[in-house]
Design a protein around this ligand. Structure first.
Ligand SMILES: [Zn+2]
Ligand SMILES: [Zn+2]
Length: 346
């Protein structure tokens, strides 16, 4: 049996090559990948693997980290899985022995091997993947591998919502209605929050946010977000503000949007330095939190989707085949504003 792997050989160019089958070690499962979602980070590396010289990336690399598939083989220590099981893969495998790992905050492990991220050990754009069983999660019967592949971005939203302690009765403001903004919306809804306002510059994204259960939307191109929030909350601000747009312009607004005693969570990656009115934050005794990926959340995410609480599949906008990898990425880049999630079918 041979594997096939899609390598990014130069910016914007993939080559699919026949490769050796990965070794299924004693604690691993060998998975035949069925679906993979293209993440914003994948598109960023596809365009510019070194991210403007910030990373020492040597090509070729393998992209993709949002994936699910079918178990075809199990290592000799693995009893939880059997060939034929549908599974979602958690793409970050930490060392398991450092202080962060032992405390449960394994997302902060300095030696984590995360698919399609430095140090570029592996990626999902292959037919077969060997993966530790401990970071492999079974999908119940009512879920398919399309939903399985979407568990990873949902986990980002769920971790952010958990950090913010989003709960019924709280007012939530989400800045940005891209994939992660919408996943944060779904995660807050799943925690029973109903008072959710979403801000974006594009009408089609706001329409999607409404469909997914946002109570209010603000088009930041037409209205002044800060003024609108002041008006909506009788000048008090929101209990919880999520920045998911990854933009300095929205991040700077946080101190004026959050309520006294509230929480703001940085979910989007804002590159460079962002001047922020910290005096305003102090006066409000508001918490500024950040999130890095997620931890210990795949089982909860899968159970929430299985229960029917999260219409995850509606996040997929387009499908491409594995052979169309290059086309799929070019499309995801070009249609950034409308393609919530481009999915590759293997
Ligand atoms: Zn992702
Ligand atoms: Zn560790």
């Amino acid at each position: 049996m041979k594997n096939r792997t899609a390598y990014l050989v130069e910016p914007g160019k993939f080559e699919i090559k026949e490769t050796e089958m990965p070794a299924c070690k004693e604690d691993d499962v060998l998975v035949k990948v069925k679906h993979m979602g293209i993440c914003g980070s994948d598109v960023m590396f596809y365009q510019d693997p070194t991210v403007g010289g910030a990373l020492d990336t040597r090509l070729p690399i393998i992209l993709g980290h949002e994936c699910a598939g079918i178990v075809v083989e199990t290592g000799k220590n693995v009893t939880r899985f059997h060939p034929g099981d549908a599974v979602a893969l958690e793409p970050g495998v930490p060392c398991g022995t450092c202080a962060y790992c032992l405390s449960g905050k394994y997302n902060l492990c300095p030696d984590v091997n995360f698919m399609a991220a430095p140090p570029w050990k592996t990626g999902a754009m292959q037919i077969y993947l060997a993966h530790p069983a401990a970071f492999t999660f079974p999908l119940p019967k009512q879920m398919d591998t399309i939903e399985g592949a979407l568990i990873e971005p949902l986990a980002v939203g769920m971790h952010a919502a958990a950090r913010a302690q989003a709960e019924p009765g709280k007012s939530v403001l989400i800045l940005g209605a891209g994939c992660i903004g919408l996943m944060t919306l779904l995660a807050c809804k799943n925690r029973g929050v109903s008072d959710i306002t979403v801000v974006d510059l594009f009408e089609n994204r706001l329409k999607k946010a409404r469909e997914l259960g946002a109570a209010h939307v603000i088009n930041g191109k037409e209205k002044d977000t800060m003024e609108e929030v002041r008006r909506m909350t009788e000048k008090r601000g929101m209990d919880i503000v999520f920045e998911t747009a990854g933009s300095a312009a929205t991040a700077r607004q946080i101190p004026y949007l959050v309520k006294a005693g509230g929480k703001a969570v940085m979910v989007g990656n804002v590159h460079g330095k962002t001047p922020m009115d910290l005096f305003e934050m102090n006066g409000k005794e508001a918490d500024l939190l950040s999130v890095f990926r997620y931890r210990n959340i795949f089982p909860t995410a899968i159970a929430s989707v299985a229960s029917g609480n999260i219409p995850l599949k509606t996040m997929v906008s387009d499908f491409f085949s594995f052979e169309q990898a290059e086309e799929a990425f070019a499309y995801a880049l070009k249609e950034k504003q409308t393609a919530w999630k481009v999915m590759i079918t293997f």
